[in-house]
Write a protein that binds this ligand. Structure first.
Ligand code: AMP
Length: 184
């Protein structure tokens, strides 16, 4: 796996969503673990976040959770991950997740997920991830991310997004495809 040692996964924290999303999250955690790729994630145990982390741990992988200290009090810290890093606040947490990861995968999620994938992409555009341009792959097997790609294409056509940076955010409909895009 060419230089891809760790992937940060951004995804929904809500419970009670369609099981196909949970299965996709579990399959991703499992595959990353089996490929020897460290999973970096938000440190919670709910929703797809918990599913990715749990499946990766079950497959014998390495999982690093990064969580702001205050969130521990709400009973949402993860049990049984390889390492749980406590940071001061949400901003420090994202910066640490970016630092730990060679690339990013966005699974279906809500406002938090949308904010994270776009911030990670913006940092790539600005060269804030260091030497590397870190890729953001939006992964779903049901077209969940299609409206976002349509919007990005519209913004590119209108000149708001440079053609040279449009590729920072890519689409994948399978886990293998997502990992391949991050490895390339
Ligand atoms: P959302 O998509 O709104 O459910 O937010 C999920 C994203 O925000 C995840 O990728 C996490 O990094 C972060 N996040 C939201 N809620 C939590 C939580 N309870 N514990 C840890 N991270 C969370």
């Amino acid at each position: 796996m060419s230089g891809l040692n760790s992937v940060a996964v951004f995804c929904g924290s809500s419970n009670g969503i369609d099981d196909s999303y949970v299965q996709l999250a579990r399959a991703l955690g499992d595959k990353l673990a089996r490929d020897g790729i460290t999973v970096v994630y938000g440190g919670g145990n709910s929703g797809l976040m918990g599913a990715v982390a749990d499946a990766a741990m079950q497959a014998g992988g390495e999982v690093i959770g990064v969580i702001p200290g205050g969130l521990f009090g709400n009973g949402i810290s993860a049990d049984g991950v390889t390492r749980l890093e406590e940071v001061d606040d949400m901003h420090a947490r994202k910066a640490r997740m970016y630092e730990l990861a060679d690339g990013f995968i966005g699974l279906p999620g809500g406002l938090g997920t949308l904010e994270e994938v776009f911030e990670a992409a913006t940092w790539s555009q600005l060269g804030l991830h260091g030497d590397k341009t870190k890729q953001v792959v939006l992964l779903a097997n049901d077209g969940f991310w299609d409206p976002i790609h349509q919007l990005l294409d519209t913004a590119t056509d209108a000149g708001f997004v440079r053609t040279s940076t449009r590729g920072i955010v890519s689409a994948a409909s399978t886990i293998d495809e997502a990992i391949e895009q991050l490895s390339g």
